[in-house]
Design a protein around this ligand. Structure first.
Ligand SMILES: *Cc1c(COP(=O)(O)O)cnc(C)c1O
Length: 400
């Protein structure tokens, strides 16, 4: 019996809940979209969002801003990162990460990854020592959370400020601690394909008073910083406010309303992603030609995307696999392509970075890594069908 084709789009997110739409219309009719455009005694939508997300995240401060990439730049600068500083970073990430480092004037020291897409702890230890970098940008790329105990030990030993890129780990935990609560600051994205969707948007979270104060001033607070949802005490602002430049990147009230309305559904949605992920995973494991590394028990991930390795195939055959799956409606991406298509995640395509290193292990892992989005508009039957199609295509190509 032949397997049917898959027909739903991989880029379709769910629509907004009704209460979001109602609130958005109210804000649009009111005309006060700017976060500091408030009436006497009124708390702006953006400030309410900051309070609510900080509470969810179990962080002291949340600063809402324009994008995840912007939050990363501001996080670096707020933590004292200066032009020319070195920064450790896992080489497997997405283009906004090296872009944020570049915008802050940083010199990345890329660290290798392992077969399970985690940062290579031995390479990190070695490079922390040899580079003497005082900052690290750890991207929990595609939601894979590495051994945070080992990473924190290295950071403490070498006095490294850790900034976490949680674009794919909003709602995830490691040993019961929310992803983002390990470093000095964490950055989240609310771009359409992330775990909350306002089209564009970002959060910076931290427990550090001065980092929060600088970040608030940097996002462009016009000295109206006390109107933030989670402002540090006034004396902290007095210390930093005139020494900190305005780099406008505020969140507006309309986006804030979209995110406030989605936050109550976040944990439920994380569970829904994982049901889909686990259906796909179980389906893909049926082929002996496909490898999915086991995920450690203490990683409470959010399966909003899935990665797998067609181990029986030569990397040069993967474009054929991608094309064949595509013909049957299954949209797979390949991290090994020499030519970045639709996204760039291979460190050697970031030519603006000086002295790009040779990272043979990372290149090798990416050359056999396939990746797929898991939108919530797919149901569990969809996921089972997708897995069946992928297995069929991998097995057919493996037999020739
Ligand atoms: C989406 C993403 C970001 C931030 O992206 P923005 O589009 O700037 O919000 C950062 N890191 C990773 C790994 C991402 O996927």
């Amino acid at each position: 019996m032949s397997i049917q084709n898959f027909e739903k789009p991989f880029t379709q997110q769910e629509g907004m809940p009704d209460e979001v739409i109602e609130r958005a219309v109210e804000i649009l009719k009111g005309g006060r979209l700017h976060r500091y455009n408030t009436l006497e005694g009124e708390v702006a939508e953006a400030a309410l969002l900051e309070q609510e997300y900080a509470k969810y995240q179990e962080a002291k401060y949340c600063i809402a801003c324009t994008s995840g990439g912007y939050a990363m730049q501001i996080a670096l600068r707020s933590c004292g990162f200066k032009h020319g500083d070195k920064i450790l970073a896992n080489a497997y990430t997405l283009a906004p990460v090296p872009g944020a480092i570049h915008a802050a004037g940083g010199r990345p020291v890329f660290v290798e990854i392992k077969d399970n897409w985690h940062i290579d702890i031995d390479d990190l230890r070695e490079k922390a020592k040899s580079s003497k970098a005082k900052f690290m940008m750890l991207s929990h790329m595609r939601g894979h959370i590495a051994d945070m105990d080992a990473i924190m030990e290295i950071c403490q030993e070498h006095d490294i400020s850790l900034i976490e890129d949680c674009a794919h780990t909003m709602g995830a935990k490691w040993k019961g601690v929310r992803s983002g609560n390990f470093g000095r600051a964490a950055c989240f994205s609310n771009q359409t394909y992330k775990h909350m969707n306002s089209g564009e948007g970002g959060f910076l979270t931290t427990n550090d008073d001065e980092v929060a104060a600088r970040a608030i001033v940097m996002t462009g607070s016009y000295m109206l910083y006390q109107r933030h949802g989670t402002p540090p005490p006034e004396e902290v602002f007095q210390k930093v406010r005139l020494e900190t430049p305005n780099m406008s990147g505020r969140m507006d009230n309309l986006r804030a309303a979209m995110l406030r309305g989605q936050l109550p559904y976040l944990d439920t949605n994380c569970r829904r992603w994982n049901e889909r992920y686990q259906t796909l995973e179980a389906g893909l494991r049926k082929s002996k030609n496909i490898h999915l590394p086991e995920r450690k028990q203490h990683e409470e991930y959010v399966g909003s995307s899935i990665q797998f390795q067609p181990i029986s195939l030569d990397p040069k055959d993967i474009p054929t696999l991608v094309a064949n799956c595509g013909k049957r409606g299954v949209e797979i991406k390949w991290f090994g392509d020499d030519e970045p298509k639709a996204f760039t995640s291979r460190y050697d395509s970031w030519h603006y970075i000086e002295d790009l290193p040779d990272l043979p292990k990372t290149s090798e892992v990416l050359s056999r890594t396939c990746d797929m989005r898991v939108p919530l508009t797919f149901n569990l039957d969809d996921c089972a069908l997708i897995a069946e199609i992928i297995c069929d295509e991998v097995d057919q190509l493996s037999d020739v």
